[in-house]
Design a protein around this ligand. Structure first.
Ligand SMILES: Nc1nc2c(ncn2[C@@H]2O[C@H](COP(=O)(O)OP(=O)(O)O)[C@@H](O)[C@H]2O)c(=O)[nH]1
Ligand SMILES: [Mg+2]
Length: 248
């Protein structure tokens, strides 16, 4: 099917000089199929201590449609994604992790789902069809992820099976609505933006996607643990009326 719309791919990147080149090559090859009228890859450098920004800029000089945004320091994945989402120009906005754990081709599934259903957001899910997981995370990370999801469902009453897969597609207007209200800067932001989207009456499609763990995770044990506190923050913010649904 010939696509005629514009696409922004947002990549939050913290110390990703090693994993980014392969990712940018794969995305550029995918985009070369020419299905989109306008495309941009927005790399958000999150105060990396390595040459992440320079690596991304060298691809831009070589003709790859890359735009590099720099955070004022290491502010977190949530901050980075919000920064990229609010600066992106496309009508469709894809969030992907820098390691392409979900292959970029899976975007076709998300895009088709949103074209065919009156929904605003399509999120990749590892929980619906586990046979699509090639390389698993270490067992303790998988267990921690399941516990996070269990806690999320109880605290936020959000009926979603995997909020943490780093592969999500938004219609631009929905992205603006949720990311202007987002408060969390670290790893709990995924659950927060989906919570806000539902609160605003948005519809979220969960799409089973292929997924492979890639070496070089940037998530520490401590930051994983504090994500649980983030869930509590979302609940408290909501009780305090912080996610008001009229004006952001
Ligand atoms: N850990 C971490 N990742 C960040 C940060 N800011 C942006 N990121 C990006 O968020 C994504 C997290 O992916 P990854 O480390 O592969 O997580 P994992 O696969 O869940 O272990 C990557 O694209 C990171 O570069 C940050 O402050 N810390
Ligand atoms: Mg990863």
């Amino acid at each position: 099917m010939l696509l005629t719309r514009s696409l922004s791919i947002i990549i939050p990147a913290y110390n990703e000089e090693v994993r980014l080149p392969d990712t940018l090559l794969k995305i550029t090859n995918y985009l070369a199929q020419g299905n989109w009228l306008f495309t941009e890859i927005v790399v958000v450098d999150d105060g990396s201590r390595d040459r992440t920004a320079e690596v991304a800029e060298s691809y831009a000089r070589d003709g790859c449609p890359v735009r590099v945004l720099r955070n004022p320091g290491n502010r977190g994945k949530g901050y980075s994604v919000r920064h990229g989402m609010l600066e992106a120009k496309g009508e469709w906005l894809l969030l992907t992790d820098a390691d392409l754990s979900t292959p970029i081709e899976e975007l076709d599934k998300l895009w088709r789902a949103l074209e065919n259903e009156p929904a605003e957001i399509a999120i990749g899910s590892r929980a619906i069809d586990r046979s699509l997981i090639g390389v698993h995370q270490p067992a303790f990370r998988e267990k921690a992820g399941q516990l996070f999801n269990w806690t999320m469902r109880r605290l936020l009453r959000l009926n979603i099976r995997d909020t943490q897969c780093g592969f999500k597609l938004f219609r631009a207007d929905a992205a603006r609505e949720v990311f202007t209200r987002q408060k969390l800067d670290r790893f709990g932001f995924d659950a927060e933006v989906l919570f806000i989207a539902r609160k605003l009456g948005g519809s979220i499609l969960e799409i089973p996607v292929r997924w492979n763990n890639v070496e070089g995770s940037k998530v520490s044990l401590l930051s994983g643990a504090t994500s649980f506190l983030d869930l509590l923050r979302v609940r408290l913010n909501d009780l305090r009326g912080i996610y008001h649904t009229d004006e952001p």
